[in-house]
Design a protein around this ligand. Sequence first.
Ligand code: GDP
Ligand code: IMO
Ligand code: MG
Length: 423
Amino acid sequence: MKVDLLLGLQWGDEGKGKIVDVLTKNYDIIARFQGGPNAGHTLEFDGIKHVLHTIPSGIFHKNSINLIGNGVVIDPVIFQKEIKKLEPFDIDFKSKLFVSRKAHLILPTHRLLDAASELSKGKSKIGSTLKGIGPTYMDKTGRNGIRVGDIELEGWLDKYRKLANKHEQLIKNLDVDLQYNLNELENDFFKAIEKLKNIPFIDSENFIFNELDKNKSILAEGAQGSLLDIDFGTYPFVTSSNTTAAGACTGLGVPPNKIKDVFGIFKAYTTRVGSGPFPTELFDKDGERMAKVGNEFGATTGRPRRCGWLDLVALKYAVKVNGVTSLMMMKGDVLSGFKKIKVCTEYEHNGKILKQFPFSVNDIALKPKYTELNGWKEDISKINNEASLPKTFLDYVKYLEKELNVPISIISVGPDRTQTIIR
Ligand code: GDP
Ligand code: IMO
Ligand code: MG
């Protein structure tokens, strides 16, 4: 009986989907606990690439139960499209996929509000995924939201109309040029709601208590990353949920003392999509090379990801906030061929050295100070055991383990399930 967590330690897209898929065989239940279709989790096996947004990444394994927890926000339209895409793979959704009655619904007007809010911010926009995430969580904490369980009850349509009207008023007040046809959007929404009813709705916290009593094991799959956390991320350029370890407790109903391992996943360099500070961001050939070799385009929006060297100040902070017990390093293969690998170990601000992630990364210009390590020339993407990895690559791994004081248990050398070295 245990609950382990797998969390992104950077600004998302660390490779969570790939590793959850690799680890699923060790668990009975894979559960998403926060975020929504702003997530894009990529899995690759048998020559096919899958991108999941709302559905947990354990869905392809025969014996796994996949749970969408109460902390998640669901857009029925996107959810339906995901299910449809998976049709050829013969997945029995009725027995493998459960949705919490307490998860909140993303309405069409939440998406419109997201767009209107971004437009009104102009240059200082968050660069959101425009999936309606912020407005949906605002209605949740504002106690106006509509939950999955509500659609089983009488009278939810009145609640819906009231809320949608209020959203339209808010959009008007923002006074931006946003064209939309709500009738069309609502048509799609209500059709998708009917389809959503084909997936079992459950009281997921009770389900989890019962399964834990039966000695079952759960892997909670994080979305986004620690630096996008609503409390600990680079606010206001963050998402609207707690992406860090504590989010799994509130997003599933798992008590803290049931959590065992916390797997922290990071790229061997850093990426970020959307706006916001990024101290080690590169605007030169090195950054372009990371983007090109790493194929750094957002899995949800297709936007190019910004790239830069690994930021140990930020990573150490994320390790602490989450209580990481084991690390997973992704995409080391992308750095093959760089003569020198740089790692940011501290920031300089107004002549002062900062070793801790500061309160506001946004308003102050931080100059990253780098340590240089030797690179490796070899293509490592076909290597399947640690002993065959180049010495300088392993030196990089050992250096990071020492700095972070946590063992790296998985080294990923390519997008495919098989390109994974378990130590
Ligand atoms: P997630 O949101 O954390 O699940 O990550 P994404 O799927 O958004 O982005 C990770 C991208 O890197 C995907 O395209 C993966 O297929 C790919 N990927 C994952 N691990 C590796 C790796 O070790 N090497 C390379 N080259 N690509 C990887
Ligand atoms: P996965 O799970 C990377 C970013 C957006 C934007 C900010 C707020 O695939 O790692 P939102 O739509 O959440 O209000 O946008 O957060 N963002 C992500 N960046 N990966 C993600 O998810 C993200 N989900 C949101 O780009 O900067
Ligand atoms: Mg992603």
